[in-house]
Design a protein around this ligand. Structure first.
Ligand SMILES: Nc1ncnc2c1ncn2[C@@H]1O[C@H](COP(=O)(O)OP(=O)(O)O)[C@@H](O)[C@H]1O
Ligand SMILES: [Mg+2]
Length: 263
């Protein structure tokens, strides 16, 4: 059985700056992986590269999803194949309502028309689960939504689209305690209902509490410098990223971190 997602030696740049320096990552069906790393390490860039954001130029390596090479594939195709990215900063889309956006995406994914009544019933049920006012379904996507409402709208899309792999990019950052709880409940529900795989980019443990984490990866300077189990998340929260970082003018030839960054 091939892996669900396999990234081999991925290099990527944006505007002539190399940001990813050889990422290797393998995710099996239904697995939960956590990616942690300091600000600017390249975590969001990795998510954008996987989903095919054209702003990021892949300069080397390969991305396989369900055994198919998606390295140079367009975002809409990748998304229809069952890959989902929840944005760190969801954008506002005037002119299309939240409900229409989700319905169109669902119809494109399944290739079938969905009966309005069935769709609304499922949408409203899911919105209630996320403590969302159902009136938001008919508001333009994210326009005037608060930070927490935007993140809930992302989780609503996750639950409605039922992807095989979801990348959640700091979906829990900047939210109040209640909103984090609801977002976590939504992710748990996705796991229960769909059993899909997750890549969770986070700085906290709250969103992970109800999940079984299979692997944790530490991303520094565009490279994965360490892998571990769920306990690595606690270690980082306790002690920070210091042991994974190497100073720019490091003169120590035996520096383990430098060796890993250069490998
Ligand atoms: N679209 C972009 N244009 C210019 N620079 C970018 C862009 N996206 C990311 N970068 C740069 O790439 C580096 C990694 O960013 P990012 O992937 O957002 O890091 P992280 O998510 O780990 O905090 C940063 O130095 C950031 O400024
Ligand atoms: Mg980021």
């Amino acid at each position: 059985m091939s892996a669900l997602l396999e990234i081999r030696q991925l290099h990527a740049k944006v505007e002539d700056t190399e940001i990813l320096n050889g990422i290797d990552l393998t995710i099996g069906k239904g697995e939960v992986h956590v990616i942690m790393g300091p600000n600017g390490a390249g975590k969001s860039t990795l998510g954008s590269c996987i989903i095919g954001d054209p702003r990021y130029i892949k300069t080397g390596g390969q991305i396989l999803f369900k055994g198919e090479d998606i390295t140079d594939e367009a975002t809409d195709k990748i998304s229809r194949m069952g890959l989902f990215l929840s944005f760190q900063n969801p954008i506002e889309v005037p002119g299309i309502t939240l409900a229409n956006f989700i319905r169109t995406a669902l119809e494109l994914k399944t290739g079938e028309r969905i009966r309005m009544w069935d769709f609304r019933k499922e949408l409203e049920k899911t919105m209630k689960l996320l403590n969302m006012d159902t009136a938001y379904a008919d508001r333009d996507l994210n326009v005037g939504f608060s930070g927490g409402e935007k993140k809930k709208a992302e989780i609503l899309q996750l639950l409605m689209l039922k992807p095989d792999l979801a990348i959640l990019d700091e979906t829990d950052s900047g939210l109040d305690v209640d909103a984090v709880h609801i977002v976590s409940k939504g992710v748990e529900e996705y796991k229960k209902q769909v059993g899909g795989a997750l890549i969770i980019i986070t700085h906290s443990t709250r969103i992970l509490e109800a999940l079984k984490v299979d692997k944790t990866h530490v991303l520094v300077d565009g490279k994965i410098v360490d892998d571990g189990d769920a306990s690595l998340v606690d270690e980082i929260n306790d002690k920070g990223f210091e042991r994974f970082m190497c100073c720019e003018d490091c003169k120590n030839e035996d520096c383990e971190v430098k060796k890993k960054l250069k490998a």
